[in-house]
Write a protein that binds this ligand. Sequence first.
Ligand code: AHR
Length: 568
Amino acid sequence: MPLSQPTRRFFLKASTLAAAATALRGTGTLAQATEAEAHIEILPGEPIATISPEVYSHFIEHLGGVIYDGVWVGEDSKIPNQNGIRKAFIDTMRAVRAPVLRWPGGCFADSYDWRDGIGPRDRRPARAGFWNQQDSNQYGLHEFMRTCRAIGCKPYLAANVRTLPARDFYQFVEYCNAPAGDVPSNSSAPAVHNGFAAQRAANGDSAPFSVDLWGVGNESWGCGGNMTPEEYAAEYRRFTAWTPSYGKEPLRLVAVGPNGDDVDWTSRLFRALHANPERRHLWGLSVHYYTSGSPSKFAAGDALQFNEADFYDLLTRGSIMERVITDHWNAMGATDANHSIKLVVDEWGAWYGKGTELAPQYNLSQQSTMRDALLTGITLDIFQRHADKVAVANVAQSINCIHSLMLAQEDKFTVTPTFHVFQMYLPHRGAQAVRAEFAAPTITNPLANAPIPVGGNSYIGSLDAVKTLAGLSGSASLAINGGGKQLTLSVVNPHIDRTITTEVTVRGASISSVKGVVLASRDVHDHNDFTHPNAVKPTSATTAQPTGGRLLHTFPAASVTTLQITLS
Ligand code: AHR
């Protein structure tokens, strides 16, 4: 589909060129600047932190077609399934080695009673779910655990803080984690069988689920109860003052954090929590940041219909995830000086207005184009550059939803361009993030002065943050078992119609060889659908031989690239 207005090459401003030239001079590579428009210098001597494999995590909620049809098709379905779970969902999650899966919500979690989803399926009650859908409860806790086992990922459960008491939370933990069989009671009494463990075994799982990651509520400033930070802090303390863990390690408890860049929430919450000296039960702070396009033409932006200005605006707004992370990190540091508490980006993605749903009942499902693939690369690179701060991040949501890796409707299935980016970034997983300097012509956001979108959890605080977009962005990591010789460099070129020839150097080392993968398409509107599931897919990157230990690489317009670099 052609762009709705003619594309034009973005004019490289003199000031920007001067800045790029200064950066090039600073690295002593001016001689090659005539052929390169940009420069990337990787600094293996400046490690950031190990990239937590859990920053590539996932989220599914009882919402629209996410659980019912997306994940759960039922054991009697003609759709290939494993114990009722869509096989293509399992296979795709395995293909990206999904580390963590969050469930049951989202907003749904704060009206969900976990007891409704256990026991024989034919006796489970249907209930009104948060998203105005009757929930049959055919997919419950045991089905979710089976999903995690089939994928090989860890479960991350969200507790209901708005409509259930703290007692239900610790009993939920007990049901999940109490050991099977007889356990010592106290020194004089005989061993006992835990009642919840026995119930769990009767429901098909005698071995404990050993869930260690727990969210204490969801968006308590909004759908989770419209609380103030101080009110939530009091709830958080009540819910976590005593919780059985049964594991060797304490539970990883995650407190509800801000909407986007709302630093006031974080500062007030941390002050309120730290006002009480009993504060050891906090492992992570959640952040939800969705990218909504400025409502220039289409309300909240449209997944498929967008012009060049909308395209740059969306990517610029997405790239301020970096500012969201650093702003909250700094605010947390005011009371947690040693930074023992990490960030958990519970929900992220591009959230558009209505119009591309699979069908009306697939609430919040939307199409996903090359633009979303670029946003995926930009976001994962930010997490990698801030590997010291971000411990977990979940794309929202894995299937049939906002920023999905998969779309499914009955027996039809496709992966989206976002899936491919997750796969391309696998070499970064668990590697050592190292600093990399990028110097490239920047892009001015044509919609920088458009109003800040309201709702959609995309609070950005100030318009100053969305004026410019980096002309190239990315991140670098050193393989842990690569003897210091294997680097991965990922790069997003967001220029809609401009290739960027870039000189890549490694400080203190020479590049001996390189190979790579690239995701690019003829048009940024390109996407996969049920009849064209391979319209967008990655290919091998065309790489030149390094000369003199340096590499000259051309990043295609609107592309995501990962390069595997071997040092001599
Ligand atoms: O992901 C959809 C919704 O977005 C989630 O339920 C909620 O947490 C957020 O507002």
